[in-house]
Structure formats: C-alpha cells, structure tokens
Design a protein around this ligand. Structure first.
Ligand code: SF4
Length: 162
C-alpha cells in the first residue's frame, strides 16, 4: 500500500522524468534527484518527460530557445532550434500541450521540473552559450493554466497546499 505524503494531499504532482531516473535527456542520460526518488517510488510523484511525450526521439539533438523564453515561444515571438539547425518550435509546443492535457485529465496541481531545459526550465535557460533568465515552454504553458511549477532544488517542500 502506498504511504501517505504530507505534501501531496490535494491532487497529483508531476516530476520531470529525468529527475526520477529515466534516461530521457537529449543525450539519453538521467539527472536523478535523490530527494525526489523515494517519493516517486512511493507513488507521490508522476514522472513525465514533455519532449518524449511529444514524440521527440532519445537521444536527440540538444535544443535552445533562440530569444526570450517559453512565454515568448507560446506568443509566437521566438523559435526553438536544435543543434542541427532544425526549427523544432511546433514540436516543443506540442510537447507542452501533451503535458497540459495529462495534467488536466488527472487533476494535477503542481509540477517539479528540471531547471535549465528548453521545456522544463524554471528560471534559467541556455541560449547561445550563455545562461539567461527565463522558463521553458512546458513550464510557461503549465503556469498559464494555473498549475504551480517548482524547480528541483526546492522539490516537494515548495508545493503549496491547494
Ligand atoms: S528536462 Fe524535461 S524534457 Fe528534458 S529530459 Fe528532463 S523531463 Fe524530459
């Protein structure tokens, strides 16, 4: 039987699958976060990888938002471009909508996402060899739809009670 979690009483919480140990990053590696793994195993967190849900392969070319951040992409003012120079904007927006659909279907209220990713980034991104402030495309779409996003460094302790 699953153990109760004091942080997850008002609806499921998503977590970036790579933080849960799934090797789904562009280079087919994971970034397991020890403080979250026990909660994944206990069923308190639902692992989800936007880019793989949206149909991107693994491994895949690393991608970056070319200006602004995920909000700029959703507003049509920026593109997501991969390391091979391909415009993958539409794919990344589809990825974000897949996550939102799952979140709505299962009554998800929050997501703990991987910092720095063009999909899951919380408040920083890689852009042209620099680190710039801004969030990923999935993070932006979830926030626009009332779903709290928390970076992995804060984890479950940052998920607000509903
Ligand atoms: S950061 Fe997000 S999109 Fe990238 S591998 Fe992890 S879960 Fe998938």
């Amino acid at each position: 039987m699953r153990s109760p979690c004091p942080h997850v009483t008002d609806g499921p919480v998503l977590v970036s699958a790579c933080l849960a140990g799934v090797p789904c990053r562009f280079d087919a590696t994971a970034r397991p976060e020890p403080g979250l793994l026990a909660h994944v195993i206990a069923g308190h967190l639902i692992p989800i990888c936007p880019e793989m849900l949206g149909g991107l392969p693994c491994p895949r070319a690393a991608a970056e938002i070319d200006r602004g951040d995920g909000h700029t992409v959703l507003d049509g003012g920026a593109r997501v471009v991969d390391g091979d120079g391909r415009d993958v904007t539409a794919l990344f927006v589809d990825c974000a909508h897949c996550c939102l659909e799952i979140a709505r279907r299962y009554g998800v209220r929050a997501a703990i996402l991987k910092e720095g990713s063009p999909s899951c980034g919380y408040h920083r991104l890689h852009q042209g060899g620099r680190i710039i402030p801004g969030c990923g495309v999935t993070t932006a779409l979830l926030r626009r739809n009332g779903i709290q996003v928390v970076p992995e460094i804060i984890g479950l302790a940052g998920v607000k009670a509903a």
